[in-house]
Design a protein around this ligand. Structure first.
Ligand code: NAD
Length: 298
């Protein structure tokens, strides 16, 4: 059997149609949702990510506030900017593009963002709320993965989920979100011995390691759902994931492509979190966490 493709681009487009309607409602009530995006320095990949985020704001009708700062901006200057944005009524979400240059203490910067504008979900308060299952702003990449899984119609409760990669922005929050949904979760990482003995048991395999071709068909249980978070640029300029698409598609029941799988969802969930922040200001909108999504309506 050949795997069915989970199309993140298509889901993303559908969500954005719904977002535009939510933005119109907010504008009717006197609020234009706004996202501040801060970029320090001239990392080429970061520039592309920031441009995509600003384009997504334009596409959905949000106002964006780009702050493209020189690489020698000091930590105090950055903190001052964030303080101002925390107070700014027009700003509902604040995002600091990572990584930051070495002279900046990343943790200090992330903790300076007001919790109710932390649309990336990286403030310690939001990280902690994920542990107890009532997050306001789930981190965008795992949040997007969760919606992609929902569209398969498969209930994750009781399933063996293996997450390969244990970073703070993808692997760990992903594991927590699925544990909250009563999956049996295993987290593997670079020091895991015999990766295959874990992955082969996975009903759902989520891979975020940053290693092209790490997961081949023989590491995958027949009919597993496989989500490839990896984005890797090869020397020839092509973009591939962490999963060997050709061999895994012959084993899996569902599979995300790269590009066109998780990537588009990450930016779209940033817009979702920003809208939620604006709606919270009016006391409207969905509840906490990702509860309340109706997968059938997507
Ligand atoms: P990271 O480097 O912070 O973490 C990588 C994790 O993978 C670590 O826990 C490491 O121990 C583990 N790992 C590395 N090699 C491994 C191996 N051989 N076997 C098992 N585990 C291994 O990376 P990250 O920021 O979490 O990103 C991971 C990948 O996901 C990258 O390719 C990144 O570009 C991509 N990414 C994609 C999106 C998206 O929107 N699709 C968002 C964030 C990250």
């Amino acid at each position: 059997m050949t795997a069915k493709i989970i199309d993140g681009k298509a889901l993303s487009l559908k969500l954005r149609v719904a977002f535009r309607a939510r933005v119109s409602k907010l504008i009717d009530q006197g609020i234009r949702p706004g996202l501040a995006v801060i970029l320090l320095g001239d990392n080429a990949a970061s520039r592309v990510y920031v441009r995509n985020k600003i384009n997504a704001c334009d596409d959905c009708g949000l106002k964006s506030f780009p702050h493209l700062l020189s690489p020698d901006t000091t930590q105090d200057q950055l903190l001052e900017l964030i303080e101002g944005l925390n107070e700014d009524e027009e700003v509902h979400g604040i995002l600091v593009q990572l990584p930051l240059p070495p002279h900046i203490d990343m943790r200090k910067i992330l903790e300076a963002i007001a919790v109710d504008k932390d649309v990336d979900g990286f403030h310690l308060y939001n990280v902690g709320s994920l542990v107890v299952g009532n997050s306001i702003f789930p981190p965008c990449t795992p949040y997007g993965v969760q919606l992609l899984l929902d569209t398969t119609g498969i209930d994750v409760a009781g399933k063996n989920v293996v997450v390969v990669g244990a970073s703070n922005i993808v692997g760990k929050p992903m594991a927590l979100m699925l544990l909250q949904k009563e999956a049996t979760v295993t987290v593997c990482h670079a020091k895991t011995r015999d990766l295959a003995q874990h992955t082969i048991l996975a009903d759902i395999l989520i891979v975020a390691a940053g290693v092209p071709g790490l997961i081949t068909g023989q590491l995958v249980k027949r009919d597993a759902i496989v989500i490839d978070v990896g984005i890797n640029k090869l020397p020839d300029g092509s973009i591939v994931g962490d999963v060997d698409f050709a061999s895994v598609k012959e084993r899996a029941s569902w599979l995300t492509p790269v590009p066109g799988g998780v990537g588009p969802m990450t930016v779209t969930m940033l817009i979702e979190n920003t809208l939620r922040s604006a709606e919270r200001r009016l006391g409207i909108g969905r509840g906490i966490g990702s509860e309340g999504w109706d997968a059938a309506s997507l």
